[in-house]
Design a protein around this ligand. Sequence first.
Ligand code: SAH
Length: 213
Amino acid sequence: MKDTLKHQGLRNKLVKTIKDKGIKSAAVLQAIGRVPRHLFMDSGFLDHAYVDKAFPIAADQTISQPYTVAFQTELLNVKKGDVILEIGTGSGYQTAILLELGAKVYTIERQQELFRKTSLFLPKIGYRPKKLIFGDGYQGYEEGAPYSGIIVTAGAPMVPNALLSQLAVGGRLVIPVGDDIQIMTLIIRKSETEFEKHEYGEFRFVPLLEDKN
Ligand code: SAH
């Protein structure tokens, strides 16, 4: 598990690419520049780690495209110490980005294989989420609520009510909504009862699934 100058060089290029695509947050770009994405992919795929593309990981899932990770993280507007809930741990790459930003991270994964693999892997390279949860993200995670931010990294057919209710007032939910194609959606909780919705462009994610296997 090495991170070399060559990897760092490729990462700097990736940072430039996503900056050119419109990511402005210096903190987010810096986090992308720090997390060794190649370690989150099986070793045969090193060459693919620093191109701005999604890539298959275990259990028919994907590690999100770096631009998408940066876009969602920018919308989340993470500040140091924020408590964040992530739905869809997957490879743990997005989790690592959130940890780089100083967030306390709860993250939920429904695929047992990925949950096990990523639970072992993240601490091995120095990333320690507050809690990795094996479960159904549609339910959120009440024990850690309220959250300053919730990020969903799979395509949701609709916005789950549990996630809205676990958001702190002032908190932000970033969720791609739709079946085949998703609209990136930001929901800000303005008060106990009011939510404000903003929509961004189209993205493509693997689906947020309802049943556990
Ligand atoms: N954040 C991940 C992206 C992984 S792809 C990364 O950076 O690599 C989306 C993930 O969401 C998959 O691992 C999939 O198993 C998971 N997922 C799908 N439906 C889910 C649900 N209902 N609850 C929790 N995780 C879910």
